[in-house]
Design a binder for this molecule. Structure first.
Ligand code: GUN
Length: 281
């Protein structure tokens, strides 16, 4: 039976380290504040935003909350971002995605000052990551690296397969694994012989957004399986991209959903907020 990688416990470790750093910064008179913008009333977004604000409170940093109506105009969102870009008491700006379809997400992301882009979504942040320069790293993939490292799982030289090629997870995940000297394959919906490809992985990262798609026939015996998916199954119960019950008996370590990658995303957002002081002040 696989070891269960406890994302809740590891995220608490990270948050407690950050809490100490925040105290030290406060003693030097440095305060940190995150601005969170939420548009509309997507219930999943509301849960994520609440967890992010609770995380700020836990480590002792400020959070400003902007809950905008679903019919807000793109111009209004952009002008709020401009205002926050100019505020010295705001270190990080986060716009919770997805946005309603009448608002251009790319335009909104680009409007955020890269110095305050704690989500790591701005093209400048992504470019810096690709060429190994300092900048904010997308929180979910950064959290996966921390989960692996803090569980004593070596990445260097391993065959890593990332299933999914989104801008938020799949692409930055593959770059981060490469930075850790893994051999990386990105697989996706058009990949031929998918089971053969995922079956080569020492570390398999599932980020496709398809409930319980990964069964044991996709997984090499003894592999490490990281499940980034957050979906609802046929009974409306939270589940990942991995069929946990089926896969756990054949792998060496696995993340559960919930309680795996999810809490790490919040912890790494907080990490980025604290990091903003070192990177840009
Ligand atoms: N929507 C889903 N994941 C994320 C995330 O990490 N950040 C933001 N801003 N929106 C998201």
């Amino acid at each position: 039976m696989a070891a269960i990688i406890d994302g809740k416990a590891i995220s608490l470790q990270v948050k407690d380290e950050l809490k100490k750093k925040v105290e030290e910064l406060k003693e030097k008179g440095i305060q940190i504040q995150l601005a969170v913008i939420q548009v509309g009333d997507n219930p999943a977004s509301a849960v994520y935003v609440r967890n992010k604000k609770k995380g700020c409170e836990y480590i002792g940093i400020g959070s400003l909350s902007y809950e905008l109506a679903g019919d807000v105009t793109e111009e209004e969102v952009l002008s709020l971002i401009q205002e926050l870009n100019g505020r010295e008491d705001v270190n990080g700006i986060l716009v919770q995605l997805p946005l309603p379809s009448h608002i251009d997400e790319d335009k909104v992301i680009k409007a955020i000052d890269p110095k305050k882009d704690v989500d790591g979504f701005h093209p400048e942040s992504v470019g810096a990551l690709c060429i190994g320069q300092p900048g904010f790293v997308s929180c979910t993939p950064a959290g996966v690296i921390q989960l692996l490292k803090r569980s004593g799982i070596e990445i260097e030289g391993k065959e890593c397969v990332v299933l999914g090629r989104s801008n938020i997870v799949g692409k930055p995940m593959s770059i981060l694994l490469l930075r850790e000297n893994a051999t990386v394959t990105i697989a996706h919906s058009r990949t031929k012989n998918l089971k053969e490809v995922t079956g080569r992985a020492d570390i398999l990262i599932a980020a496709v957004g398809r409930p319980k798609m990964i069964t044991r026939d996709y997984v090499k015996e003894g592999a490490v399986v990281i499940d980034v998916g957050i979906n609802r199954d046929e009974n409306n119960k939270l589940c990942g991209d991995v069929d946990f019950e089926d896969v756990a008996p054949v792998c060496s370590a696995i993340t559960p959903v919930p309680g795996g990658v999810g809490p790490m995303t919040v912890a790494m957002l907080l990490y980025n907020c604290v990091e903003s002081i070192g990177l840009y002040s």
